[in-house]
Design a binder for this molecule. Structure first.
Ligand code: IVH
Length: 668
């Protein structure tokens, strides 16, 4: 066959297979037998193998999964992927509706959708071709999982129009595929996935796309990244447009003309939910009109025009076998319920924190009781109440000990606290927990150093404080249980890399009382270096907006300790960075930029900068970027297709710039 004819046949096969795939996986209406599909796919695979130069990115053969990757690249979302506020009952839904109507008037329609329990993804198409797919990540930066997403057969590789668009949706694993996968895992003696959401996330975060291809994932698209300029005026029309482009959307959506209608829809799904072939964890309610959406705007985290109704958590009965005690990093002794293992909302639960003695009294818990448990926020196991009527008389009261279960020093109840504490600074449990905290993600983020390894290192006396981590040798690590060459060299690399962390990570890791991750960042930004912070007075600390008296006292006391200054010296001598590495916030008064002290609103689509970049640059020059236009706004930057924010700015007579002018001023 000559090349031209081959190309023609390849194109024919591609378009047939894409059409059949669309009918089967998106419309759920197959038009040809599976065998026919497989035959055409085999023919295509053979031709592409022979003529690799004719293989294109929209070939259905991509579905089988490409080569194994080394790592996932980071992707910055062009518009942030926000999350949703929650509603737990009718009252919360009515409050949401009231807030909406206060802002946009009484004529509001909503679109209700199923809240699919999977993993949020963003899909980017250029001229109709699938170019890049990413996870949500932290909402601003996600991971490029294009190769894995291509294996999801309901994700079109080519759209029915040659448009450039970014769409968002939920990738998930249907219940049946989940059950089948776990059966295989169990047969192979592997740990099964806790629930379909974890299974979907685990599959898409595999570096081997062939593995993802074997997992039978699916997707529902529910939104468009930047919906302006497409000629649609409502969310519902947006979804219809997604259908027309060949995307799979969820057909259970319903337009509701008011909140009563919404509540009826929500309640109808409580009954129907178990019969769906996929898991949902709630209902998403969205204001339909795009103009009203824009009027409502967003908070830093979530849009004001949408809310997620969460179904009530599943409750189950089990037995309280015992109450165990653990000593935390700050010496607090926490009682934990040990339960007869029971399945709740997809995972097996056998422990639940009981927080403190008062809570045990309040709930009147006795060892041996039948108790009702649930997962708060669907994640954290919690004892709801005790079934006192089921007592047999064999149950035992529980009393908190008077001495630390680890070091036996006397426990104290500090003023005003319900918690009992061990105040021995040398208590091994506290030191071990402090080490675990030091390496944790928001602190020094040393991957590979989990609880298990830290506990081993500590018991073997290889580490006594955080500085010792930087003295660990390859030989010492190799001698530990379950540590091979590869994990040791990765671990040493991770320890080395942590030395160059920015100051806030170290500050948080040191575990100064009352200093959380956010306060650590503020302190690092404000003082710039460990030395400056250590020398700060209480007054200097309090003068910072977010630092209160209690925190200031705790910081001063912390740095007064001799052990602290020698620990810091030691860390520094191993090369641990002691400086803040991010951009220093510019105080408006110190900046002579045109943006200093001004409140600026960004609207419409920017071409050269992402919204986030523009925001960061303006803030670095002392400006303040706000989400909505008001009389207090000094300046509006309007990109392409700017909507109601621009009109409002014009109404209020506020200065408006285009992106070009912004760039010129930013670069001055
Ligand atoms: S809309 C800006 N619609 O729920 C709001 N989200 O926090 C974007 N989810 O992880 C979300 N089904 O991925 C929306 N029909 C639906 C959804 C849905 C599931 C997920 C979403 C995100 C979380 C919301």
């Amino acid at each position: 066959m000559d090349l031209q004819l081959t190309e023609q046949r390849i194109n024919e096969l591609k378009s047939l297979l894409n059409q059949y795939g669309y009918e089967y996986y998106v419309l759920d209406k197959p038009t040809v037998p599976d065998l026919e599909y497989d035959r055409l796919m085999q023919e295509l695979l053979k031709l592409e193998e022979k003529y690799p130069e004719l293989k294109t990115s929209d070939s259905p053969s991509e579905r089988v999964g490409g080569p194994i990757l080394d790592l996932f690249e980071k992707v910055e979302h062009r518009t942030p992927m926000l999350s949703l506020g929650n509603a737990f009952n009718d009252g919360d839904l009515r409050d949401f509706d009231r807030r909406v109507r206060q802002a946009v008037g009484d004529t509001v329609s909503y679109v209700c959708e199923l809240k699919i329990d999977g993993l949020a993804v963003s899909l980017r198409y250029e001229n109709g071709l699938f170019l890049q797919g990413a996870t949500r990540g932290d909402g601003t930066i996600g991971e490029d999982i294009t190769a894995n997403l291509k294996t999801i057969k309901s994700i079109p590789l080519r759209l029915r129009e040659n448009v450039s668009i970014e769409v968002r949706g939920e990738a998930f694993m249907p219940k049946r595929s989940f059950e089948a996968l776990n059966r295989v895992k169990e047969e192979n003696g592997e740990e099964p996935f806790a629930n379909p959401r974890n299974a979907a996330a685990g599959s898409l975060r595999q570096l081997d796309p062939k593995m993802a291809a074997s997992r039978n994932l699916d997707v529902f698209l529910y939104g468009i990244g930047d919906i302006g300029g497409l000629g649609v005026t409502s969310h519902g029309e947006g979804l219809d447009y997604l259908d027309a482009l060949g995307f799979k959307t969820n057909k259970e959506r319903r337009k509701c003309s008011g909140i009563d209608d919404v509540i009826e829809y929500v309640n109808s799904w409580v009954e129907k939910r178990p019969h769906l072939p996929y898991e949902i964890d709630g209902i998403v309610i969205k204001v339909d009109s795009l103009e009203q959406q824009e009027q409502l705007g967003t908070t830093a985290k979530s849009p004001r025009w949408a809310i997620a109704y969460k179904f009530p958590a599943e409750e189950v009965v089990t037995t309280l076998l015992d109450i165990e005690l653990s000593v935390g990093r700050t010496g607090v002794v926490t009682p934990t319920a040990i339960l007869v293992p029971v399945k709740v909302a997809g995972t097996t639960v056998q422990r639940a924190s009981l927080h403190n003695e008062d809570l045990i009294r309040e709930k009147d818990l006795k060892i041996g009781d039948k108790v009702v448990i649930k997962k708060a926020g669907d994640i954290i196991p919690e004892v709801v109440n005790v079934l006192a009527e089921e007592r047999t008389g064999t149950e035992r009261d529980f009393y908190m000990p008077t001495h630390c279960p680890e070091c036996e020093s006397e426990l104290v109840r500090l003023d005003g606290e319900v918690a009992l504490r061990c105040i021995n600074p040398k208590c091994p449990a506290q030191i071990r927990e402090g080490l675990i905290h030091f390496v944790s993600r928001d602190a020094m983020n040393i991957e590979g150093l989990g609880e298990r390894v830290i506990s081993q290192l500590f018991t073997e006396k290889l580490i006594a404080d955080v500085a010792d981590l930087y003295k660990l040798t390859r030989e010492q690590l190799l001698a530990l249980e379950r540590m091979g060459e590869k994990s040791v060299s990765n671990l040493l690399k991770a320890i080395e890399a942590s030395k160059s962390n920015s100051l806030e990570k170290l500050l948080f890791g040191l575990g100064i009382r009352h200093v959380g991750a956010k306060a650590a960042k503020t302190l690092a930004q404000e003082f710039g270096s460990m030395d400056h912070l250590a020398a700060a007075t209480k007054e200097q600390l309090i003068s910072i907006n977010e630092i209160g008296e209690k925190m200031a006292d705790s910081i001063v006391t912390f740095f007064e300790q001799e052990e602290v200054s020698s620990l810091i010296k030691e860390l520094s001598s191993y090369g641990v960075n002691m400086d803040y590495k991010g951009a220093k916030p510019v105080l408006a008064a110190e900046s002579d930029s045109i943006f200093a002290g001004k409140t600026i609103v960004l609207t419409g689509k920017l071409e050269k900068l992402s919204r986030n970049e523009a925001k960061e640059k303006i803030e670095a020059l002392g400006g303040n970027v706000a989400g909505s236009v008001s009389k207090k706004t000094h300046l509006v930057i309007a990109g392409e297709e700017a909507g109601s924010k621009l009109s409002k700015a014009q109404e209020l007579g506020i200065e408006v710039w285009d992106e070009e002018k912004l760039l010129v001023e930013l670069n001055k």
